[in-house]
Write a protein that binds this ligand. Structure first.
Ligand SMILES: Nc1nc2c(ncn2[C@@H]2O[C@H](COP(=O)(O)OP(=O)(O)OP(=O)(O)O)[C@@H](O)[C@H]2O)c(=O)[nH]1
Length: 335
């Protein structure tokens, strides 16, 4: 491979190839002059499309390209000369300070790490989620001082998208309550927490009475509106923000009430019953005589009587079945 004489005559790919050749071969019989190597490195950092910066062995930023400065949220002169760790929050700050303080005691490349999520403290004080990779260009004849190359990517839009996808995956699209998947996950978590801390855990299953008749009489669109109204009532009836209301099936809802005994669960179910009975559908064009009711089954884990969350769920379901068979519009507590 021929080595170009001046960076000005060199294309970006040639520069990258040359630097890789020089650094990776580290061939003492064929070194680049130090000033040329440094100049090539700066050309590379300036022209590359990634957000990139150079840090010296004391952890101080020596150079940053425009894309990098944009992520840091400051002009270059406000960044160059500062320690890299100043742009991180506490834990990462300590981690990078320690890394640079101790790097010469280990092998140079031991500091290298691939893309890693870090919270960047931008110049305006705002946090920015980025991934950062750090690579050491070890000292050589062409490169008398080891230098570290940092490459960053802005993760904020990916993170926001991931958060929204996760929310959608856990939400029932009609009622906006938690869906069955989220219910199962939260039940497992609450079960472990409550059992290990000796706290009660109650479940309430709520099933709309004669909903098929409602649909048959008023149509599925009205039925959907009705389910949304029921979901709002159920959400508003929760005794605390630690509780969860979920759409468990078609016209079936379920509440997880961590830390709540049977007494609180019953009071919650009564609030649901009263508010559902009061619902009016005149605003959506139905007659004032149209009314609905729900049947509810409650089960409470208190002193280890249920061995698993599934057993607790089955008990609440059996209690619901009894509420239905006893005439509907009522609450049944599993004994
Ligand atoms: N509009 C609408 N209807 C739904 C939805 N999911 C389930 N359903 C309806 O809910 C009804 C449930 O009927 P059934 O299981 O027979 O129960 P029910 O008529 O409520 O009677 P009981 O539960 O025994 O009081 C069916 O007609 C389903 O079509 C939905 O998302 N939207």
């Amino acid at each position: 491979m021929s080595i170009p004489h001046t960076p000005a005559q060199t294309s970006q790919s040639e520069v990258i190839n040359t630097i890789s050749y020089d650094i990776s071969s580290n061939d003492p019989s064929f070194p680049l002059p130090a000033s040329l190597a440094e100049s090539l490195l700066h050309t590379l950092v300036s022209h590359i499309a990634e957000a990139m910066f150079l840090v010296n062995s004391a952890g101080v930023i020596e150079m940053i390209n425009p894309q990098g400065a944009k992520l840091f949220g400051a002009p270059k002169d406000k960044i160059v000369g500062k320690k890299l760790s100043e742009f991180f929050y506490r834990d990462a700050q300590e981690e990078y300070d320690n890394l640079f303080q101790g790097w010469h005691m280990t092998t140079e490349t031991q500091l290298n790490h691939g893309p890693k999520e870090v919270l960047l403290k931008r110049n305006d004080g705002q946090p920015l989620e980025v991934d950062l990779s750090l690579s050491c260009l070890p000292a050589s004849d062409s490169n008398p001082k080891a230098v570290f190359i940092g490459i960053m990517h802005n993760l904020s839009s990916h993170k926001a998208e991931y958060k929204e996808l996760r929310r959608l995956a856990r939400t029932d699209s009609l009622t906006q309550l938690a869906n069955r998947h989220a219910f199962d996950e939260v039940l497992q978590r609450n079960w472990q927490e409550c059992v290990s801390h000796g706290l009660p855990l109650s479940l309430v299953i709520i099933d709309v009475d004669y909903f098929k008749s409602f649909n048959d009489a008023h149509g599925h669109v009205q039925g959907d509106e009705c389910l949304k109204r029921i979901a709002q009532v159920i959400q508003a009836a929760l005794p605390s923000r630690h509780c969860l209301a979920a759409r468990y099936g078609g016209e079936e809802f379920a509440l997880i009430l961590p830390g709540c005994n049977a007494h609180i669960a019953e009071a919650t179910a009564m609030r649901v019953q009263q508010q559902i009975n009061k619902l009016s559908f005149t605003a959506q064009g139905l007659d004032a005589s149209v009314k609905i009711s729900v049947s509810q089954g409650i089960a409470c884990e208190r002193n280890g009587q249920f061995r698993t969350p599934t057993a607790l769920l089955c008990a609440a379901d059996t209690a619901l079945y009894r509420a239905k068979s006893d005439g509907r519009d009522r609450i049944n507590l599993s004994q």
